[in-house]
Write a protein that binds this ligand. Structure first.
Ligand SMILES: [Zn+2]
Ligand SMILES: [Zn+2]
Length: 141
């Protein structure tokens, strides 16, 4: 059911990315984290650091974003978060406009019924959505 690194690598290759050890480790790190990660956080991953430098991680993230395999979240470059776009996973996010922190919303999704209705009315398959809620976190208030 859940996506494997191998499947992600296949997606990458279909999008014209070269299969490298750095790419595999980056995908594995994002998959394992199971939450959006900043570039700073990714750089601190020892597995990744042993494969490539910061510039490579940055370049790979942007290639993956262009390919639609990774999604960029957050407000500004300084606090940009990167998360895998997984077909079998649904997430809505809460983002602080003060510090740029980001967290998955820990509540039942409000739009699943709407999604079902759209599916029925339009005939679209593989529908998905991601919501971003903005506000000021307790630390910034
Ligand atoms: Zn904040
Ligand atoms: Zn949702």
């Amino acid at each position: 059911m859940s996506t494997s690194v191998g499947e992600l690598v296949d997606l990458c290759r279909a999008s014209g990315l070269r299969r490298t050890k750095a790419l595999e480790v980056l995908l594995g790190t994002l998959l394992q984290a199971d939450r959006p990660m900043t570039l700073a956080k990714l750089e601190k991953s020892r597995r990744l650091a042993s494969q490539c430098d910061k510039a490579t991680i940055y370049r790979l993230l942007h290639r993956l974003t262009d390919a639609g395999i990774v999604r960029r979240l957050g407000l500004h470059e300084r606090a940009a978060y990167f998360a895998l776009v997984l077909p079998d996973q649904h997430r809505d996010y809460l983002i602080c406009t003060g510090c740029g922190s980001i967290a998955p919303v820990d509540a039942p999704c409000p739009v699943h019924d709407l999604e079902e209705e759209i599916r029925t009315k339009t005939g679209f398959q593989n529908l998905y959505h991601e919501l971003e809620f903005f506000g000021t976190c307790p630390k910034c208030t």
